[in-house]
Design a protein around this ligand. Structure first.
Ligand code: CAA
Length: 464
């Protein structure tokens, strides 16, 4: 049975910080954000928005667009790493909000949980719900998987330039118009590590930036190896002697904590795959330097990062490699379109991989490419740490969904924040009722109870 993504809806808060204003305020070269990280705008939540109402807004959009009734939804999962309750799951708040529109108890038949594993949990939720459908448990109903996050780092930290906020709702069923997942090849890697984590009660994460970049690459490569083995042993794809399985992936979608991380990951994975192929030697001649090796090739991430000579040489090698025509060809044709929306919006943690997928569909379609039958590879990563690599094929009916995609129109008119406004919101100096924008046909947070016996209860309203 086919199972996969039928449609995608995006909800992005309409406040943003401009990268250049941000860079000037922090005494940074704006080119570091624009070119080095690939960030031009960072979406920010208003005072009356939290990750649950972002998720509910994305759900409402996908339900209204597809004229779905609550009865047609069998499962509603929310994946997030911006949870605000240790027990009550975020999907329950979303159900409560949707029932304001669809009627009291209209979702009571529906199941679901909140899933957590940093930025990868949405991919696990997609996988589990796809299998729910494949197993015949869905009985013709749809699943909604919503990925929703507020990527917020400490003021003045290195991560502050990679913030963002938003939610993506994905409609899954057994007749997906957009993408059917390849069965039995989804692969994972997992490790207990501390590259990025958010201890109880802390609003922002503790981050070891460069360590997290390298751990992301290593974990995704491990999952890729496992995916390759499954793809070959299952006979899904056959590859020739001088080929890599990546030659058979038409589009890559990588987890994008910032847009250029996608390019970094692609370069790392391609290097790894091409190294043993006849195409590598002429490329090395062109690059004009041997691929550098760390002093201790079996060492830890710390020892590799601490090997300054290696890091400098590897940086130079990567720069030359990514400038070759061979890499550029792969990058431009298979990845670049997925980075466009990330540059406009910023980091969405769990949702960033799927914003990339959505971006790739829209901007490749605009180029006039016929996407039917194209195979998409996904590289998902969550700190702490787990990676998931999986794939799927664009379905013949995709055009009916993709032709109307327009990310700018979907976000709507945005308001640029001054740095003063941004910092006030960031530091929670404004109250819920001091929002900067008036809500438009969307759910907003109206109250968080403070009385001890009701502490933490949240109330939302839908504004016509
Ligand atoms: N002009 C052009 N480019 C410039 C520049 C300038 N003036 N100055 C620097 N750059 C380039 C650098 O060369 C570098 O590019 P390359 O990596 O291609 O060489 C890029 O800009 C970033 O520069 P630095 O590496 O020096 O930046 P940094 O150390 O200050 O911060 C970061 C980078 C570590 C990613 C930081 O933003 C951070 O800590 N982010 C949060 C953690 C994170 O996103 N980790 C990613 C993996 S973990 C994950 O993915 C989970 C998740 O979602 C958080």
């Amino acid at each position: 049975m086919a199972a996969g993504i039928d449609d995608i809806a995006v909800y992005i808060p309409r406040l943003y910080v401009d990268a250049s204003d941000f860079a000037h305020a922090r005494g940074m070269d704006p080119a570091k954000l624009e070119k080095g990280l690939g960030v031009s705008k960072m979406a920010m939540v208003d005072t009356n928005q939290d990750p649950a109402c972002l998720a509910a807004n994305a759900c409402l959009k996908i339900m209204q667009k597809n004229k779905l009734s609550p009865e047609s939804i069998g499962r509603l999962y929310v994946s997030t790493e911006s949870a605000f309750d240790e027990s009550k799951a975020m999907n329950s708040y979303v159900i409560g909000m949707l029932e304001q529109v669809y009627g009291s108890s209209s979702f009571e038949h529906c199941g679901g949980v909140e899933t957590k594993f940093a930025c990868v949990s949405g991919s696990y939720a997609l996988y589990d719900n796809t299998n729910w459908i494949r197993a015949g448990e869905a009985e013709g109903k749809n699943a909604l998987v919503v990925v929703s996050d507020i990527a917020k780092y400490d003021l003045g930290s290195s991560g502050e330039a990679t913030q963002g906020a938003g939610a993506i709702a994905m409609l899954l069923n057994d007749k997906p118009r957009l993408l059917a997942f390849d069965p039995k090849v989804t692969a994972t890697s997992i490790k207990d590590d501390y590259d990025f984590y958010r201890p109880f009660g802390k609003e922002t994460p503790i981050v070891h930036g460069q360590y997290s970049n390298l751990l992301y690459l290593i974990q995704v490569r491990k999952a890729l190896e496992a995916w390759k083995n499954k793809v070959i042993s299952s006979g899904l794809l056959e590859i020739g002697k001088d080929e890599t399985i990546l030659d058979y992936i038409d589009y890559f979608n990588m987890h994008l904590p910032y847009a250029n991380m996608g390019k970094k990951a692609l370069a790392y994975l391609i290097r790894h795959e091409w190294r043993s192929l006849p195409r590598w030697k002429p490329l090395i001649d062109k690059i004009g330097m041997a691929e550098p090796q760390p002093k201790d090739p079996r060492g830890t991430i710390e020892s590799v990062l601490g090997d300054q000579e290696f890091m400098e040489k590897d940086h130079e090698f990567t720069k030359r490699f990514t400038n070759t025509e061979e890499f550029q060809e792969v990058y431009e044709s298979k990845l670049a379109s997925s980075l466009i929306a990330s540059k406009m919006i910023g980091n969405l943690y769990t949702a960033s991989l799927y914003l990339g997928f959505r971006s790739s569909l829209e901007f490749e379609y605009q180029k006039g490419v016929d996407l039917a039958g194209k195979r998409i590879g996904f590289g998902s990563y969550g700190s702490g740490a787990s990676a998931m690599v999986f794939s799927g094929v664009i379905q013949p009916e995709y055009e009916s969904v993709v032709k109307d995609m327009n990310i700018e129109a979907e976000i709507g008119t945005r308001k640029k924040l001054s740095l003063e406004e941004y910092e006030k919101i960031h530091e929670n100096k404004l109250t819920i009722d001091q929002s900067l924008l008036s809500p438009k046909k969307e759910f907003v947070l109206v109250e968080i109870q403070t009385k001890p016996e009701y502490r933490g209860e949240r109330r939302y309203s839908f504004n016509e």
